[in-house]
Structure formats: structure tokens, C-alpha cells
Design a protein around this ligand. Structure first.
Ligand SMILES: [Zn+2]
Ligand SMILES: [Zn+2]
Length: 661
């Protein structure tokens, strides 16, 4: 029998009647350790929140994306509490969850030292152990101001509330005040219920501090309040937190491995490239050894494109602003472009994309259906104004060269073209040694920002989906993630330690053909608009270079190694013999050096190992007598007295076959 005060709720899809006052946690029968929050009518809530009639409730597990974010954000509260207990003068900024962890910003007179971090972490462990309860309390604007009178940054956030879209998730303010009522979360003692600490926050949080299974403070850094250099600089403390000790250990191991593979470090160690401060942030120069790798990458790509029916074009790096007016980039992409320079009374821009120039090549004369698909390829250098804070090594730069192509085809050709393209992309990436992929399909939603006919979107999306299905790879849907001008597939590649990198994109464009008035003469004599497909396989050469260095931890396969072999004489007398071997290898296109320096042999071997050279060719009296060399491979294995002819063939074959050793 249900009474008037009973609630009808939906739980896991089925209807239930529960007594009034039932909380989300009670309805879910949550233990508060694996199920740590609830999703009520689609919104994340505390388990302690009471339900209303008609609510639909779902559990949030600690190991889910939402669960982790709630746990990590709760860990940020615990950290802020620990900081204020140890440094009572510290003022609070914001403390959102981030990928793999959390941070909290503090206004303190002195930056935190590593010893401070240890103390804070220790205090956090005590708070976690005490199992303090996170307790939600709605407050009025005035109450919040009174309670947080000593926290100027929180007062500012209260002032932002209701002021419109200033609660930008990017600056984290959203975490604190959100869109609904103002709430303060009290941390209450597990036994006495006494107030231990409080924070302005929209929530939700864990039921108690005890539910944080594993955490660690990682580092500190300066961060401007709300991301603006005009504001005071705060101290940001980063931490990581996980649903289990095992997960955290796994993450810390991965982090250590990633650090070893950092391409910026490898680039310096192997003398491949650098970022001179005189040139500016995000602008790389390639040294001779990096230049060789780059040339090999480009040459191979060029050969494959030639075989794939692409035609090569070249376009300038700068252009009058008019071009980007026509393309529309000045309307929607201006913030990512370098500011203009004034020349001849007009504005010139560095190009952020090559497409508008390729469109002009298409439009340079009348086009017939017989010429389609027309595939224009260019190693095109583009410049993008990345914020200095996001510039990172070769993977996020301000100047880069794309392996860029634009394909113009008829609507009828689009399906086959996209399918071929995806096969082509995956084949090429596999040749560079990446072989674990998944695809992401970005499509439109109901938003009015998407231009073009619904039927065209439908057709292009279906063609992309079909190509993806036929590839046999996993496909992740990204509804609403398309650019306003068309759907796309992006290829996500996993590297040797399981990290995912977004590499290639294949993008259909309904916008530019219209804006540029592109057309071709169809078989029936009518003039029609071609379909335009943008695609870059590496993304950019710089970025792909960085990804490969991290994937291989600098030990590139022989075909991509800057130095493929080093001759190491046991004594000076063996140098001429190795020079002879080197000559034969050079004739076959192998990049080999002979180390005739005064270093001892062991030192020479160590140097070659540090340089990650795939083949060391050693020679002593025995080798000279037998007209042979001894191999020492990068992995330490050795093979003695290999006749020179065989040695040359082994290396040449490995390079030609692009094997990984
Ligand atoms: Zn919070
Ligand atoms: Zn393009």
C-alpha cells in the first residue's frame, strides 16, 4: 500500500515506490564505497540527497568517468582543508578535477616547497582516515558572503553567479557556483558532527573523506586567478587520485615511462631539433640528424601519394586577408591566426590552413567531371597562434608543415573515395610502425551552427560510417563534435605504452565549395558543385615526428634512424677495413659513420647505444682476415664474423622492408 507521502521513482529502468525522505543512496542501496554518487534525472548528486516524486535514479560507480571526477574533486577539498589547517593564511582559489587527478589554487605569500607538499599530503591522509562527512547546505547569496568574508576569491565567484556565461568551465569557476542554487559543503567530524572545514561548491562529493582509495600530490606551479595575467598569481597544487592503489601504481608507472619517452628530451639527446628562444615559442628548428629523419618521412609519404593518384602543388605562406574573408576563416578562426601585417595598404596573414589556396588552384580554370576525383597534395607550412601555455614540444607548435591534401570529387564518387582514403591512411600509418587504432566519427546534432543540407550531411556521414565499418576498427561516436561545415573521421593511434594520439583526420566540407563557387561540368553538361574532402595523415610532420619518437622511445626503426650503422674498430689498424665496408653500404643508400675517434672501443659502443643506432659493425684482426664484420645490435645481441656481402644485404633488406628491430 502506498500512501500519499510515498514517492514513485524509477530505478534502473523500473518503477519503485519508496517512503518519503528516501535518499538517492538509500534507494540505490549504495555502500558508499563502490557506488559513491547518484545520477538523478541525468544530474549528478550526492548520495545523501533526498529524492522527489518522479525522480529517475542511477548509480555512479567510483571507477566510472563521473565517479572518478567526483572522487578527485573531493580529494581537492581534502587538500584545501589540509593546506588551510597547516597554512591558515592561505586563501582559496578553485579546485576542479582534471584528467588523472585534481588541483587546487591557493593565494599564499611563498610558493610551496617539496617539504610543504609532504606535510600537506600527510595531513590529507589523516583527514581521509577520519572519514569526515561531506555535507551539503544551500545558502543565500548574503549568507555565503558572510560565511566566506575572509575568502576574496570565493566572494568574486559568488559575484559571478547569475552574471551569464562567465562561469566558463575552462577557468574552473563552474565547479564552484554552477547554475543552480548556491551551496556550501561542510566537512563534519564522523563522530561528533562538528564542523571541521567548509568550501563554497556546487558538488557533488563523496559521502565521506574515507572513500578516497589512493591519492598522491604531484607538483606545484604558478597559475593566474581565472587564467588572466592581469590577475594575481596563485600557487596551484596538482594531485592524482584513483579508485584503487593498483590503478594509481599503474598510472605512476605509465607517467615514469612517458617521461623517459618525452620527445623533447630525446630530441635534445639525439641532436634532432631545438626551440631557440630567439625564434620564439612553438617554432622548431631541425638539426641535420632531425632533418634526415624528416626527409625520409616526407620522401616515403610523397612516393605513396604519387602512387595513390595525388598531384603535387605548392602555395605561399602568406596571403592577403581577402582570401580568408572568402573562405570565412577570418570570421570563425581569427583567434587562432597570427595578427596581420600591413603591406601595400592592405592586411596580409600567415596562413593557418592550405585549403583556400588549393581551392584557387581548382578554380584557376574550368573543370570537367573527367578530371575528378582531383587530389591536390602539398607539404604545406601553416602558422597557428597557439597560446604560449599550451605550446608543447613538437606536438603543439605555432609553425608546422602539414601533409595536406584536398580531394574534389562528385557526390557519386564520395563513398568510394572515402573508403579508399581510410585504407590509404591506415596502410601508411602501419608502415611507420603504428598498428593499434580506433576511429572517431564526429557528426552534427540539432545545433543551428551546422550549415549545409541535412540530406548532404546524412549522405556524407553514412559514407564515413560505411568506410569505418569496412575497416573493421572500433568506431567511437562523437555526436555534435563535427565542425560546422561537415562531418569527419579521426584516426586515433595507440603508442607502445598505450597512450592514444589523434593523428589523421578525414573531413567532408560543405562550406568552402560554396563560398569559393567551385564547380565542374558534369557529363550532362550541367555545372555542379564538387564535394570537398580535407585530409592530413600525419596531422603535421612535426607532431608525427614527436609521436614516433615517443612511440619508439627514440629507437627508430632502421629506415627512419638518422644514423643507421656505426663502424667501430677495435684498434686504429681496423679503420681502413671499416671504411671499405662503409663505402659499400653508402653505395646502397645506408647512412653509416665510422668512429675513428681516439675513444676506447667500449666508449664508442656506449656512444652508439646512447644515439640508439640500430647496427654497430665491429672489426678486429679476425674480421679483417676473414673479410667480415661483427654485428652488435641495438638490443645488445651480437653476431660475429659475418662476411661483408652478407652484412650489407642484411642491413639493406631491413631498411627496405621497414622492419622494426
Ligand atoms: Zn566541491
Ligand atoms: Zn583543408
Amino acid at each position: 500500500m502506498s500512501t500519499v507521502s510515498d514517492l514513485r521513482i524509477t530505478l534502473g529502468g523500473s518503477e519503485r515506490v519508496v517512503p518519503a525522505g528516501t535518499t538517492a543512496g538509500q534507494a540505490l542501496d549504495a555502500d558508499g564505497r563502490s557506488v559513491i554518487a547518484a545520477r538523478v534525472n541525468g544530474e549528478l548528486r550526492d548520495l545523501a540527497g533526498p529524492l522527489r516524486d518522479g525522480d529517475a535514479v542511477e548509480p555512479v560507480e567510483i571507477g566510472s568517468d563521473d565517479g572518478r571526477a567526483i572522487m578527485r574533486h573531493s580529494a581537492a577539498h581534502v587538500m584545501a582543508q589540509a593546506v588551510q589547517e597547516l597554512f591558515p593564511e592561505a586563501r582559496l582559489g578553485i579546485g576542479p578535477p582534471v584528467e588523472n587527478g585534481f588541483y587546487y589554487d591557493f593565494d599564499v605569500a611563498e610558493p610551496f616547497t617539496p617539504e610543504d607538499l609532504k606535510r600537506i599530503e600527510k595531513r590529507m591522509r589523516e583527514i581521509v582516515k577520519q572519514g569526515q562527512r561531506f555535507s551539503r547546505r544551500p545558502v543565500s547569496d548574503a549568507e555565503a558572503r558572510a560565511e566566506l568574508a575572509a575568502e576574496p576569491y570565493k566572494l568574486e565567484l559568488i559575484g559571478l553567479k547569475g552574471a551569464g556565461p562567465v562561469q566558463d568551465a575552462a577557468d574552473g569557476a563552474d565547479v564552484e557556483v554552477g547554475g543552480g542554487e548556491l551551496t556550501i559543503y561542510d566537512n563534519l567530524d564522523a563522530k561528533s558532527g562538528e564542523l571541521r572545514w567548509k568550501d563554497l561548491c556546487r558538488g557533488p562529493h563523496l559521502p565521506t573523506t574515507r572513500v578516497i582509495p589512493a591519492f598522491k600530490l604531484m607538483r606545484t606551479g604558478g597559475a593566474y586567478w581565472r587564467g588572466s595575467e592581469k590577475n594575481p598569481q596563485l600557487q596551484r597544487v596538482y594531485g592524482t587520485a584513483w579508485e584503487s592503489r593498483e590503478k594509481q601504481d599503474e598510472y605512476l608507472r605509465l607517467l615514469e615511462e612517458a617521461e623517459k619517452r618525452d620527445h623533447r628530451r630525446i630530441g635534445a639527446e639525439l641532436d634532432l631539433f631545438s626551440f631557440p628562444t630567439e625564434i620564439g615559442s612553438g617554432l622548431a628548428v631541425f638539426h641535420p640528424k632531425g632533418g634526415v629523419v624528416r626527409r625520409v618521412m616526407e620522401d616515403y609519404s610523397r612516393r605513396r601519394h604519387e602512387a595513390g593518384g595525388y598531384e603535387f602543388v605548392n602555395t605561399p605562406h602568406i596571403t592577403k586577408g581577402d582570401l580568408f574573408e572568402v573562405s570565412g576563416h577570418l570570421g570563425w578562426y581569427k583567434d587562432d591566426m597570427f595578427p596581420p601585417m600591413e603591406v601595400d595598404g592592405g592586411d596580409y596573414y600567415l596562413k593557418p590552413m592550405n585549403c583556400p589556396m588549393h581551392n584557387l588552384i581548382f578554380r584557376a580554370r574550368g573543370r570537367s567531371y573527367r578530371e575528378l576525383p582531383l587530389r591536390l597534395f602539398e607539404f604545406g607550412s601553416v602558422y597557428r597562434f597557439e597560446k604560449s601555455g599550451v605550446v608543447h614540444g613538437l606536438t603543439r607548435v605555432r609553425g608546422m608543415t602539414q601533409d595536406d591534401a584536398h580531394i574534389y570529387c562528385t557526390k557519386e564518387q564520395m563513398g568510394a573515395e572515402l573508403k579508399n582514403l581510410l585504407t590509404f591512411v591506415l596502410d601508411l600509418l602501419r608502415d611507420y610502425g603504428l598498428d593499434e587504432f580506433y576511429l572517431e566519427l564526429s557528426t552534427r546534432d540539432d545545433s543551428p551552427k551546422f550549415i549545409g543540407e541535412a540530406a548532404d550531411w546524412e549522405e556524407a556521414t553514412e559514407a564515413l560510417r560505411k568506410a569505418a565499418d569496412e575497416s573493421g576498427l572500433d568506431l567511437v561516436a562523437d555526436p555534435g563534435g563535427a565542425a560546422f561545415y561537415g562531418p569527419k573521421i579521426s584516426v586515433q593511434a595507440k603508442d607502445a605504452i598505450g597512450r592514444t594520439w589523434q593523428l589523421s583526420t578525414i573531413q567532408v566540407d560543405f562550406n568552402q565549395p560554396k563560398r569559393f563557387g567551385l564547380e565542374y561540368q558534369a557529363a550532362d553538361g550541367t555545372r555542379r558543385q564538387p564535394v570537398m574532402i580535407h585530409r592530413a595523415l600525419f596531422g603535421s610532420i612535426e607532431r608525427f615526428f614527436g609521436v614516433l619518437l615517443e612511440h619508439y622511445a627514440g629507437a627508430m626503426p632502421p629506415w627512419l634512424s638518422p644514423v643507421q650503422a656505426v663502424g667501430i674498430p677495435i684498434g686504429d689498424a681496423h679503420v681502413p677495413h671499416l671504411e671499405k665496408v662503409a663505402e659499400r653500404l653508402r653505395e646502397r643508400g645506408i647512412r653509416i659513420e665510422v668512429d675513428a675517434s681516439s675513444d676506447r672501443m667500449q666508449k664508442k659502443i656506449r656512444n652508439a647505444q646512447k644515439q640508439k643506432v640500430p647496427y654497430m659493425l665491429l672489426a678486429g684482426d679476425d674480421d679483417v682476415a676473414k673479410d667480415a664484420v661483427s654485428f652488435r645490435y641495438r638490443n645488445g645481441e651480437q653476431k660475429n664474423a659475418v662476411p661483408i656481402g652478407e652484412a650489407v644485404e642484411e642491413i639493406v633488406k631491413a631498411v627496405e622492408a621497414r622492419v622494426q628491430i
